[in-house]
Design a binder for this molecule. Structure first.
Ligand SMILES: [Fe+2]
Length: 424
């Protein structure tokens, strides 16, 4: 259980850390070996449910005995002076990352993952925090909770941040996209999170994921704002280390879940790596019905393997088209976010497998957060104008207002590779 207590109470109960000697933060991670060898790293935030009131703060330490761990936090900056923070949470979930023979062969150090769930947060509020493990203390980071009203906001979306099969090597493409995301977060303070359409690494093994987490530090802005991640699970994320990396206290589902981005918008994350029918389809039908009744709101879905892909065989999306797409169409999903094919695409609006400007759902993707890009099949009917397809590393900036979603695929040169608008 997570508890929120004023610092004075914490001090009385003996949870005072001896921890001002070593500071660490979101500096450049350096080489793969240097990054993996750091004793205190990977400071980050995850959103899954109710991001206006809950956030999971996570980090990694070396596999050595630290006497204590904690997160000090407040709605005011306290510049790392631990005694001044109003809250401290010490209910930490700590577990060693699973190592396999290949990790040991690669001389990847054993590490411990730590997660704290912050609850009862205020919506649209900046939270300043410092993470402490034994003698280590992070710089002061901050993150912003999601609003609970229907104000305009932005969301980043992308998938496929995995390197090619070679290791070790600095994954410069992924790092460049991460730096781009940090710039976008500075430029658009209304960005709530990065919706990650999955395939973080070649395999969900610590050799690769420790590297991903080190590179993810580059999404933090210079002044310490953390970019929360809303994760999906992909075909390269089947290993248990994925669950360790995105551990969420109390999670009771197979990585399909609803995230209330605001009162006026919801993101449904689906999991293409388990049955698309059965429980997941039932959950999708029920959840779409609930969200589509009542107040009008944007409904966006994200998942890894596309229903309407741009590169791989069309048959790969058959199950998604059978079990999910009819529900997207029935309940008027406004935008579908896909990945996996390693290209850039935007379909025409699709309804019952035909172009339909009035009732159709638009599908964008297909994975450009650093993975080597492929040539799309430009002959597919649903990628013809007004749809598009090409390739190049990119992230999507989605700007939501009452009237429209404005989408821009932004390349590494900071230029728009595609732009579109979805109106109600
Ligand atoms: Fe994939």
């Amino acid at each position: 259980m997570t508890s929120l207590r004023p610092l004075s109470v914490v001090l009385l109960t003996g949870f005072l850390f001896h921890c001002v000697a070593v500071r660490a933060g979101a500096d450049e991670p350096g080489t793969v070996e240097e990054a993996a060898a750091r004793p205190f790293m990977h400071h980050r935030v995850m959103f899954m449910h109710e991001p206006s009131t809950k956030a999971a703060v996570a980090w990694t330490t070396a596999d050595e005995l630290f006497e204590s761990h904690g997160v000090y936090w407040d709605t005011e900056p306290r510049e790392g002076d631990l005694e001044k923070y109003a809250f401290k949470t010490h209910a930490i979930h700590s577990q060693p990352y699973t190592l396999i023979d290949k990790d040991e062969k690669n001389e990847i150090p054993a590490n411990i993952g730590h997660t704290v769930l912050l609850e009862d947060l205020k919506p649209a509020t900046t939270y300043y925090l410092v993470i402490v493990s034994g003698k280590y203390q992070s710089r002061e980071f901050h993150f912003v909770t999601a609003p609970d009203d229907d104000r305009p906001f932005q969301l980043l979306f992308g998938g496929d941040s995995r390197r090619g099969p070679k290791w070790p090597a600095v994954h410069e493409d992924r790092r460049q996209v991460n730096r781009l995301m940090a710039d976008l977060l500075e430029e658009h303070p209304g960005i709530i999170a990065l919706a990650h359409g999955a395939d973080y690494c070649a395999r969900a093994e610590w050799t690769f994921l420790t590297d991903w987490l080190s590179d993810h530090e580059l999404t933090t802005t210079k002044d310490g704002r953390l970019l929360p991640v809303i994760p999906a699970r992909g075909n390269h994320d089947r290993g248990v280390t994925f669950e360790e990396m995105f551990y969420w206290p109390g999670r009771d589902h197979e990585y399909h879940y609803a995230t209330d981005l605001t009162k006026g918008a919801v993101l449904l994350t689906l999991n293409t790596e388990i049955s698309h029918a059965g429980d997941q389809r039932d959950w999708l039908a029920k959840t779409l019905k609930t969200y589509r009744s009542g107040e009008p709101r944007w409904i966006v879905v994200q998942y890894h393997v596309p229903a309407y892909g741009s590169v791989k065989e069309y048959a790969q999306g058959a199950s998604q088209r059978q079990h999910w797409v009819p529900l997207f169409e029935k309940f008027g999903v406004d935008l579908a976010l896909e990945a996996d094919h390693h290209s850039l695409k935007r379909t025409v609006p699709i309804f019952e497998d035909k172009e339909n400007a009035e009732k159709g759902v638009v599908y964008i993707g297909d994975g450009g957060l650093g993975v080597p890009q492929r040539d799309p099949d430009t002959s597919r009917w649903y990628l013809q104008a007004p749809g598009m397809t090409s390739n190049g590393h990119h992230v999507h900036l989605l700007e939501f207002s009452e009237e429209k979603i404005k989408g821009t695929a932004i390349g590494l040169d900071r230029k728009a590779l595609d732009q579109f608008e979805i109106t109600r």
